[in-house]
Every structure is written in C-alpha cells, then in structure tokens.
Ligand binder design. Structure first.
Ligand code: PDD
Length: 286
C-alpha cells in the first residue's frame, strides 16, 4: 500500500512529496508541528492537538494555513488515503517560501504538510519490561512550550540515549528534570503520589500529559504538578513517559538506578489501561 502525503493543497505519492528549497522551515526551522495518534483509524485528542497548533502558530505569528474545519477534512483524508489503522498523523506548518532573509517575509503564504505513518503497538512483555532513561543537560531555548520544528537538541539527546542503550533522555535544568526529548516525564513517589512537572515555558504541555492528568483525577489518584530532581526520580517507586506515540510507557531504569523491582509498576499500568480505554472511547474522533 503506497503512502500519500498532503503538500500545500495537493495529495501526492509520499515519495514525490516535496517542498521548495527556500521554505523557511527548511532554512530557519521557522515552523511548528503536531503529532497525533491514530488508533483503529481514528484520531486521538484531535481538538486539543489543533488547539495547541493554533497556540504555537500564534506565538510565532504564523497565519493559520486554513480554517479548522478544512484542516480536519485534510487530516481525515490523509488517514483515509493511507488506510491508516494504527500509527500517527504528522502535521507541519511553516512560514512559507521566500527569498532567504531573516525577517518575516511580506507575502509568503504558510505552507502545510500532512503525512501519515504506520506504527506497531508494543506487546505486553515490552510494556512490562519498561524502558531505560538517561539524564542529560537541557540545552534548549526558553520557549520549549512552543512545538516548533527546531528540534536539534532533542535529536542529539535522543541519539545520545540510543547510543547508551536507552530509549529516552530526560533533560535536566538546575538539577530538575524538565522532560524527555520527545516525551513528558513522570514519577510515582514512595508515598504513592503521581508527579509531573507543571506546565511552563520549560516544557511542552503534552496533550497526552493533559489527558493523563484528567484520567488520574477521575480515578481519584493522588497527583501533583511540580518539578522533581534527578535524585528523586532515581528514588521513585515508579516512573513513566508519555506522548502521542508512546502513550504511557513504563520506565524501569534511570541512569544506573533500577526503578522499583525493574518491572512496570501497578500505578503506571493502571494509567496505561485507563489511557487505552480513553483512546477506544471518548478520546477518539470519527
Ligand atoms: N513529541 N515533550 C516533547 C519535547 C515532545 O516532543 C513531545 C511530543 C511531548 C509529548 O507531547 P504529546 O503528549 O502532545 O505528544 C513532550 C512528539 C510525539 C514528536 O515529536 O514526535
């Protein structure tokens, strides 16, 4: 089954999907993006992803490429044309094509690309084994709340993790964990309290993060939004990461420290289950 991409008004074979060499995304990383999960052919948390896209665009003063209802049609069409059941939808908006010059161009129209990618879901054993995390300095800029396509520190951090045999790197600023390179970071303390860093300019306010907080509240779980240190993470009872593509993924090692008994903890598994139920129901849009 060949892949299809949407590029500036046209649906094209994925291999032929191209943008101009003077697209400002290509030259300046002058753009924003979203990644939404597709499960059973349905988009997960579509409205919150589009709300965050609007916010990112506003922060960078890039015009919306089209009105939301039209954008939703394009997103559905990309899912449909790719016959996507399980995977992700990638959406990118840049300031458009213009002769290379740093200030905003006067007449560029925002450029929109939407692609789809198939993904397999991990099996039960992989979930129970969890993943390993390393910690690295957070060298990013001070507006990590904007989902920009400028991801070089994230790319370098993820590569460092992979070379260390880890799945993700938690970035650390002033001794406190900010977030992963493409995920939010969570711990469950020895007292059984769920902890994740509060939303601020220091982290991306993950859509999965927001959903998990909502589910935790609904399930009557004890939680707090605050910073935690690397040391606290190493002493945690449980830990996990969240994102549109990893959902709730247990963490069983932070640097050299095994977390809990080295297997996914019960609190984390309960949240993963709640999240899966959410994606099968109210979180999915037709
Ligand atoms: N990453 N923090 C960072 C730095 C991220 O890049 C992401 C998402 C998250 C989690 O956000 P959400 O729950 O909305 O996916 C947190 C996406 C998946 C990516 O870059 O592929």
């Amino acid at each position: 089954m060949s892949r299809v991409a949407y590029v500036n008004g046209r649906y094209v074979p994925h291999n032929d999907a191209m943008v101009h060499v003077e697209d400002r995304g290509y030259q300046f990383a002058d753009g924003v993006y979203e990644v939404a999960a597709v499960i059973r052919g349905r988009l997960i948390d579509e409205e919150p992803h589009l709300d965050r896209l609007d916010r990112s665009l506003r922060e960078l003063r890039i015009a919306a490429p089209m009105a939301r209802p039209a954008l939703k049609v394009v997103m559905r069409e990309v899912v449909r044309r790719n016959r996507l059941k399980t995977g992700l939808l990638y959406l990118q908006v840049t300031r458009g094509v213009a002769r290379r010059d740093h200030p905003f161009p006067k007449n560029a129209a925002p450029a929109l690309v939407v692609t789809a990618k198939r993904l397999g879901l991990p099996g039960q054993k992989a979930i129970e084994d969890g993943v390993k995390i390393i910690t690295i300095p957070d060298v990013r800029w001070e507006r990590c709340d904007i989902k920009t396509i400028a991801l070089l520190p994230n790319v370098l951090g993820k590569q460092q993790a992979r070379e260390a045999g880890a799945f993700e790197a938690w970035q650390v600023r002033d001794g406190m964990v900010t977030e992963g390179t493409s995920t939010n970071a969570w711990i469950i303390t020895q007292d059984g309290e769920l902890v994740t860093r509060e939303a601020s300019h220091a982290i991306l306010n993950g859509i999965t993060r927001l959903t998990i907080l909502k589910l935790a509240e609904r399930e009557g779980l004890k939680f707090v939004e605050r910073s935690f240190s690397v040391d606290e993470a190493r002493r945690a009872r449980e830990a996990f990461i969240s994102s549109a593509t990893s959902f709730v993924t247990p963490v069983t090692q932070v640097d050299q420290q095994v977390i809990g008994n080295g297997k996914a903890g019960s609190f984390t598994l309960r949240l993963r289950q709640a999240y899966e139920a959410y994606t099968a129901g109210e979180g999915a849009t037709a």
